[in-house]
Design a protein. Sequence first.
Length: 755
Amino acid sequence: MASLSKLSRDGLHRGGAAAIGRSLQDRKVHLTSLLTACAYAAVFLIQRHFMRYYRRIVGDYYTTDDAEWSPNLYPDFKKICKIALPTIWSKEGLGSIVFILLFAVKAILRVTISAIDGRVLTTLVTPRGLRANTSFGSLRAALAAKLSASLAASAVSGCIEHLRHWLITAYRGRLTHYFHNRFYEKLTYYHGTALESHLEAADTVITNYCGEFAEHFAELPYYFLMPFLEATMSLIALVRITGGKSAGMMMAVVLASLSVLRTVTPPFGRIHAAVLQREDEFRRMHTNAINNVESIAMHGAGTFTRNRLNAQFDEVKTSLDEASLAKGHFDMLEGSIAAVWSAAAYAICSLSSSMAGHGGERGKTARMSAAVVQLRLIGDFNVSVKDLIVNIREVSHLSEFTTKLAAFETTLDKVAAGKFHRDPFTHGLGVMTPSTTNDGVSPSSASSPDALGSSTTSSPPQSPQYRGSFRVVENHTSKSRMGSLVTFDHVNVVNPAGTLLVSKLSLDIAEGQDWAIVGPNGCGKSSVLRLMAKLWPPECGRLTLDASVLFCFLPQTPYLLPKSTMVEQICFPDEPMVDDGPLKSNRVASMYGLDTLDSPMSPPPPPPCVRGSITAQERALLSEAMSMATGSSVIDHLGGWDSPTVGLLPTRANREFDWSSLSGGQRQKLALARAFYHARKAEIKGDRCICVLDESTSMMDHEAEQMVFTNLRRCGFRFISVTHREEVLQHHTHVLTLSRDPDDWSVISRERAPL
């Protein structure tokens, strides 16, 4: 008895010591948990403080609520969707159907793999002699089933990923081609940038926003439908195994925690909009600086420009810092939610009815298998629901780009209808260059191929209201070459900024007349030419144009195509005619009334039966055009007519020549050759060409300049010149004189010098 009593006391002593040890261990755990919670709260509050700080700094870029889809956006969304996805039977529509079906297959495979995992574990822990009673008769069969299901899931995932990127590319292709067609329809591209201030970022809309919308639109099923199907299948399987009570408890925990997550989630839509806006401003300021390096150098403004660029980049960095903080903060929240879900999953799994019941080795194996399947299904359900809720922020991105594309489409409609809007004062992205050109045109339009004139400043008072009209008439006297070509009837010349340059302009340009326009800088000389080109609508009055007249515009700095041969430069905007069969002989030149193939400037005759060469009639036109433009120095510089840079044989053409390496006079000769080429083609077709020369010979030597005007007169080509030099004025029959006073303009006729 004494020994038994001693053993009891020893057992109680050891049990008490163990209990005390466990109590101390629990206290350590609780203390560590408390310290961790305090550190977590401190980090959380610090991050929220800095997020409020960044929000005050970047508050100017706030957009609509990130997580909400306004009902007002639905018409815009439907309009853009019809462009990207015209019908359900299009290739994009059929691809989307397959895309969605694959989601369902993947959801089923996901649940199947979870069930197979439990059965594989049961087979693995069951003694070999008892495996006949399990779902798989052998471990080999269990592993084969696991491998087959996993391979099938991998194949489906690969197909989904491929289709996702394919749909993004297809949607972007539809949107890009559509907006290219809209923007470059007629003169919308010019009116949209020179006359409409809301289309100044058309390049960003087409190159960036179309791609962004396509990506978010294609991923709508990926972000919402796939996690919904996966969550649904996991929940159904969980209810079948654990019963509705356990599944309901887990669902309540998930929804409650996700509600908290949505409340504290950073406004990613606003943050993303700020990054995009400031990145775009930074890129445009850099482009502006690079395009005006000479002006910056002349002013010695390198340091000033660098400081402005650094300041702009600091704004970009601020937005990027806010984005990185928001992403880190959100990842911390996601990790916290995942920890809560994991603890809740173990707690609910321990209360599940499937965990009670059988004892012994078989019961232990069954409980282990059930626990694995339940934890896997709960984990899959948690992840799917989290993805479904978190991906709601993608709606904000989609709504953002929907709004941008819909606004772009609406503006294109207004421009096509002749309704323009320009802000009275345009704040540029940099201040290194003037905001307007000599006629008050923005730099972006002045640097375009059609822009004419040099750069000074003008103060725009208001946007003009265009109430005038164009009238294109079929001139019945065109065959006799005696009719009016251009008529201004009380036309007000107003630039896009709203400045009146010429008031009530009335004049008649008839066949047989060659006009010069003179006046000081900024008086509207180039603006009159833009009206003739129908680039600007008349503010009032009527401008009548003969339908048979083709205008060839030659600015002082000609537009030369990049990645082009000399032949393509001259034929621009047409493509050179290429022979698909044996080339004709020089008799084609006689058919066209051209006798220039035997001149020293003539290109060499083509070898017989060579396909893909420039046609003989095209060679005749090119030879005559270069001869009239006195372009022999250009041909010699390029290596002669046989040179790949000239490009008479397109299949062997070299399009890498840097056309900016030519001198100013050589570039002007190429532009003049282009005008002579199109003037002769118009004459062959029975039309007439007016060459509009805006200081287009100012960089040529005196002898070449006089030869060009002599050739124009001898060929009977009409021309209108903007100039101030008497040696050019002597070739004109009429002179329009403008001044800085819109009402002070005059027209005089004069005797021109004989040929």
